[in-house]
Design a protein around this ligand. Sequence first.
Ligand code: NAD
Length: 254
Amino acid sequence: MHALNGKVAIISGASSGIGRAAALLFARMGAAVVLGARREQQLEQLAAEIRLEGGKAEWIAGDVRDEAYAERLVEAAVNGFGGLDIAFNNAGTLGPLSPSLALSAAQWRDVLETNLSGCFYGAKYQIPAMLQRGAGSVIFTSTFVGHTAAFPGTAAYAASKSGLIGLTQALAVEFGGQGIRVNALLPGGTDTAMGRQMSDTPEALRQVANLHALKRLAMPEEIAASALYLASDASSFVTGTAMLVDGGVSINRS
Ligand code: NAD
């Protein structure tokens, strides 16, 4: 018996990194998965890989800044697999790494739209579908950046991602009585395309790794394992949290 047998999950940002690892893990754990991101080829390949392993997967390419895309993903879950139990709203962007006050209004809005509004649009359609089933787990990928540690040049990223913690809490109290759990997952530095964007030289990578008590970055599979915990009944009494899975970057002072 797998942890997600019979469940249906939407995973955004599934074309790479943490989302891709979570898609593979959730499918192996028995969930039918609806994969979202912008790059068609990566999604198509991932769906094929999951089906080859005997899993169930559909994909729809689109942009999380588009509210209609959020609705389409939920329709795919309901029409293709009969409903929705889990939504891992994980797509995100770092935005330009430049002095914060040099951000244009358009750049600021773009990061906020992707990281914060995109998650709101997702929840707006996901939660009604979950209410039809009488239960559900919504997960937002936030970060420790802007919550337990601050870095220069990350104003839009930090603001958008800590905004997700407020969104998590508001939705958790609003829908908890109806069986919906809502949690934010806060990874530490993770070895993905985005992780490499933040640390683009071996020295920078070593420096960022050293900020963590574990003296390394996470592999995307390690963050996916924590998303699985929040998605599954193992976390049945966990809601409204900002769950750090950060290798000790928040407590490290050495
Ligand atoms: P990644 O670059 O491999 O993945 C990001 C995913 O989001 C990709 O699939 C990308 O296509 C998708 N995406 C970005 N903008 C989108 C848009 N407008 N519409 C649809 N999809 C879009 O990086 P990752 O590290 O796997 O990032 C996943 C999440 O983890 C992000 O929300 C990120 O902020 C968060 N996070 C990453 C780290 C890290 O160190 N890598 C640390 C903490 C939090």
